[in-house]
Ligand binder design. Sequence first.
Ligand code: AMP
Length: 195
Amino acid sequence: MRIVFLGPPGSGKGTQAKLLAERLRVPAISTGDILRAAVREKTPLGMRAQAIMERGELVSDDLIVALIRERIAEKDARNGFILDGFPRTLEQGRALEEMLAESGESLNASVNFGVPESALVERMLSRARAEGRADDRPETIRERLRVYREKTEPLAGFYATKGLLAEVDGVGSIDEVALRVDDALASVRKAGSRS
Ligand code: AMP
């Protein structure tokens, strides 16, 4: 299964990506986690990404697409993956489609997590207290949400027109949302098999 998780920052998609990846025995690939590790290790990628991430803006499409191309070519991703935080722009969505097509593959589904804005801010602030993420500060949170609405939300339409979109209500316990993810994926698969 090759699945993309969409949803605003703080929607719980990272947690759900890890859980679904365990259930499907495929890797959960988070571009945010890869970038944060690069920042910690002060690699050239990390040096370029750090200031951009701290402002809540997006790292360039070229850089991220190259990073994903390398990551999904690794052995553990051969039978599938859950992408968490990629694609984040239509350009990245198109690049992903092309890179999969090159090896005769395609996406199976895109899961979009819906959570009201007030709950998102609350979750991100509590994550800031728990994990100390540099981009979970109130000013940066607002910018990340704005960037999400402008650049990433259009991907829901992009996948809907391809019949790949599954909408999931992201409000509830981790277990409740995980069940909804399974149901949503089953319905996308059923719809796909009819067409
Ligand atoms: P995340 O953990 O997914 O919220 O990502 C944290 C930050 O990493 C984002 O605010 C961006 O600055 C950067 N980032 C992560 N994924 C991407 C992506 N696909 N495209 C551009 N920037 C990204």
